[in-house]
Design a protein around this ligand. Sequence first.
Ligand SMILES: Cc1cc2nc3c(=O)[nH]c(=O)nc-3n(C[C@H](O)[C@H](O)[C@H](O)COP(=O)(O)O)c2cc1C
Length: 328
Amino acid sequence: MSKIKKLKIGSIELDNNLLLAPMAGISDLPMRLLSKEGGAGLVYTEMVSAKALTYGDAKTKKLCKIHNDERPVSVQIFGGDAHSMGEAAKIVRDGGADIIDINLGCPVRKIAKAGAGAKLLADEKLTAGILSSVVKNANIPVTIKIRTGLIPGQNVAVEILKIAYESGISMAAIHARPASQGHSGEPDIEAFTQACAQSKIPIIANGGIIDEQSAEKFMNIPNCSGLMIGRGAIGNYSIFKRLENYFNNGMILPKPSADEKILWFKKHAALSADYYGQSRGYILLRKVSHYYLKDLPNAAKIRDMFNKVTKTSEFEEVLTLAGERLRL
Ligand SMILES: Cc1cc2nc3c(=O)[nH]c(=O)nc-3n(C[C@H](O)[C@H](O)[C@H](O)COP(=O)(O)O)c2cc1C
């Protein structure tokens, strides 16, 4: 039987169990729409600060603005106290989120200083209070995204998953790397397997999934209910459809050609310029342009050129050059 299935997260049924990971500065509305087109069953916003939401911060509100075409969508919130997280849950729900996700995995200093993200993995009592407060106030399904632990060899996931179940959490995504490892290095498959074995809620695997082989490693683990893909989806949005095809039919489809990547880049630029305005839209794309351009002959030169683009006519010149390079 195929491992691709319609996953139920509380009252929400996903078309498949292949999810786009939350990524600050990356999984904005344009990228979420592209991932949806590429076959993602659920997309996540960038993490948003619960405190900033309760202050009515306009920039934060824009981060969780939702478009009907991306549904179902999960808005991820972070914070270090139960009250503001509960208040933020109401704001996010009223803003149209289908699901609320709680960030319990971010190791970045700024987030840790706020007592949020992975820091919470070391404080079960506070975590339990935050999870219960969000569930109580949300009235929509609530999920968590965690790490296997804070440092290698430590598996806090099992205990956190127990708290999650008791708090009414509907699903947990586990980034199978300890927080101290950031986003690099091999995932800890053993710690992930242990967490799956003991969990009473569905578990989604995350960390280093970039192709059929890395996906299968996680999918074969008993009780693993699906996959979450982060960097492997950038500029490679059809990875969701390719994985679905692989698990359904056993066929490995070719990776996107350079031409196809340019097409995705064009779509991304159009969405970004439309959403943020041309100048800001192109500037924001600079941090992901290498995902689209890296395989082109003379990629560095084309990227330098793109880094000066602030309007569509200039972007078209870059595309013409990229196309010419491809056909050399
Ligand atoms: C640039 C960047 C931003 C990220 N921002 C978030 C975030 O806002 N919330 C979160 O839970 N994880 C965040 N992550 C972690 C990813 O969701 C994911 O767990 C991590 O990249 C591992 O998955 P991957 O190997 O498929 O990329 C971020 C990762 C990156 C690279």
